[in-house]
Design a binder for this molecule. Structure first.
Ligand code: NAD
Length: 526
């Protein structure tokens, strides 16, 4: 390993690197550079290079896994409350630098400042929540079916965790994965998105500054090649992936090449808001504006479908369309900007193609539907907040993830029909129902097949102390955050302690085989 440059690797040092600096992979506590590099750019002005990073090959993954393996041996012997204290300290560094980090998120991921601050705040909250688990229950105690015997469960680290992350929560998602993994005693190699490497670098620098040991959290930058190598690396015991469904499928296949291991998949969504005739339409409109067009529609939980009762569709769509048309597109760091750019030109093209296909299938563009130029943001891929009416459940735009500021309106005549439409897609992340009738709300909560359901709140806005994840193609059963956040990063160990001083056999000799037979333990000495 070579090319260490310590000044770049402190948190303030990394935050200052937004003018084209060359940064390395973070392996074993050193910065490791490569000849092939790629640029991290500001999506609002793609000519503005923030920093350059290694376009890593598989060898970098080998080095990073070796470093994580070595560091994990020591870390797993650190008492859990002490691990928790280090994680809490990371939260302190993130809180100290919140404003600068939020600016970085806005510049690298294109999120408007208030949302960028929320991204960082999630990581701060996650540090505090995960740290609190360091003094919480670490297992369960159970009675035995035999006398003088006790049974319990505990957690043990898996070893080295490989993490592959998307760009749209570039500080929050690494924190959702790294903090529980560290608390559980693991080493980490993370391959962050090629669209947001500097945010990952700043997060890792904060961890190091707060005392997470060198080599425990390694960062390998690049595109698909190092990510795929990480997923199938024999030294990696668990793979934690967040991203799109097609990539998640590839990761799962790669991860199983070398035999079974833990693979957690947090994938895309096709989230719906149901609005019933008795709903408060103003509250629903507020929720739609935030859920559909926040983060330019690029959240896994973005409200992509409005499933609305035909009695109120005209009124609600008119309000939403008028307010959507008034949203200000612009530089995400500027005060007054409501919607930033989508992440790149290819995304804008994909979104526009999907809108065009919807129109070809019979949908009507009520507002939006165009790529637009923004003064001072040359080359930025801005897409107008778009509302499509007359969409049917079979249309591609109603079934596939758009991942852009496009709301499809689907009309229904009853709650049952609404639930059927909500459940008709292969995704199952988040849904919302707006009604003032508690009976209908509870029926919807029970019948909607998603991992998260909101009542009278939009499909975005998860809180970090509750489990997060989805059903069907959105995931494979794991949940991140909340009480289940440790599951994907730890193995459960079951322990039986027999203090009877003799052989006792469970399920064999502790029940009389027939009525009148000797009672259990009749052979035991008093
Ligand atoms: P993506 O799938 O394009 O990329 C995610 C990561 O996978 C990146 O780091 C990328 O470099 C890597 N990758 C690319 N090809 C790979 C391959 N062949 N093997 C292994 N890794 C590979 O996703 P994205 O555009 O960064 O993020 C958007 C997607 O993520 C959307 O579908 C969104 O819904 C989803 N997402 C889901 C959640 C969730 O918790 N369910 C959260 C955020 C985003």
């Amino acid at each position: 390993m070579s090319g260490t440059n310590d000044t770049e690797r402190s948190t303030p040092g990394v935050l200052a690197q937004t003018s084209g600096a060359m940064l390395g992979n973070r392996i074993g506590g050193s910065s490791v550079f490569a000849t092939r590099t790629f640029a991290s750019v500001n999506p609002a002005r793609p000519a503005e290079v923030l920093a350059r990073f290694p376009d890593s090959a598989e060898a970098a993954v080998d080095d990073a896994v070796a470093a994580a393996t070595a560091a994990q041996r020591t870390w797993s012997a650190v008492p859990i409350p002490e691990r928790a204290e280090r994680i809490a300290a990371v939260g302190g560094v993130l809180a100290r630098d919140k404003a600068a980090l939020a600016l970085l998120v806005a510049r690298e991921a294109g999120k408007v400042l208030i949302e960028a601050g929320g991204d960082v705040q999630e990581a701060i909250d996650m540090a505090s929540y995960v740290a609190s688990q360091g003094r919480g229950a670490w297992g369960t105690v159970h009675p035995s079916e035999l006398a003088d015997k006790l049974c319990w469960t505990t957690r043990q680290p898996v070893g080295v965790v490989g993490m592959i992350t998307p760009w749209n929560f570039p500080v929050a998602i690494p924190s959702w994965k790294c903090f529980p993994a560290l608390l559980a005693g693991n080493g980490i190699v993370i391959k962050p998105s090629e669209h947001a490497p500097l945010c990952a670098e700043a997060f890792a620098a904060a961890c190091e500054e707060a005392g997470i040991p060198a080599g425990l959290l390694n960062v390998v930058h690049g595109y698909a090649a190092p990510a795929a190598a990480l997923a199938r690396h024999p030294g990696v015991r668990a793979v934690s992936f967040t991203g799109s469904v097609p990539t998640g499928r590839k990761v799962a296949v790669a991860a199983m090449e070398d035999g079974p291991r833990l693979v957690s998949l947090e994938l895309g969504g096709k989230n719906a808001m149901v609005v019933l005739p008795d709903a408060d339409l103003e509250v629903a409109a507020d929720g739609l504006l935030f859920g559909a067009f926040g983060t330019a529609g690029q959240r896994c939980t973005s409200t992509s479908r409005l499933v609305v009762h035909r009695d109120v569709v005209a009124e609600l769509v008119a309000v939403v369309a008028e307010r959507a048309a008034g949203l200000v597109l612009g530089d995400p760091t500027a005060v007054g900007t409501d919607v930033g750019p989508v992440i790149d030109a290819a995304s804008a093209d994909r979104i526009h193609t999907m809108v065009g296909a919807a129109v070809d299938e019979g949908a009507e563009v009520v507002t939006g539907g165009r790529r637009v130029a923004v003064d001072g943001c040359e080359g930025g891929a801005f897409y107008e907040p778009t509302v499509l009416r007359g969409v049917h459940p079979g249309h591609a735009v109603a079934r596939d993830e758009v991942f852009g500021p496009v709301l499809s309106v689907l009309e229904v005549g009853s709650l049952d029909e609404a639930v059927e439409v909500v459940n008709s897609v292969p995704y199952g992340l988040s849904a919302a129902v707006y009604t003032r009738d508690v009976n209908n709300a509870m029926r919807a909560v029970a019948a909607i097949d998603t991992g998260i359901v909101y009542v009278n709140a939009p499909t975005i806005g998860a809180e970090i102390h509750l489990p997060f994840g989805g059903t069907k193609h959105t995931g494979n059963g794991y949940r991140e955050a909340g009480t289940r956040g440790l599951e994907q990063f730890s193995e459960t160990k079951t322990v039986y302690l027999d203090y009877s001083g003799r052989l006792q056999r469970a399920q064999i000799d502790n029940r009389p085989p027939v009525a009148g037979a000797a009672p259990p333990h009749a052979d035991r000495e008093a």
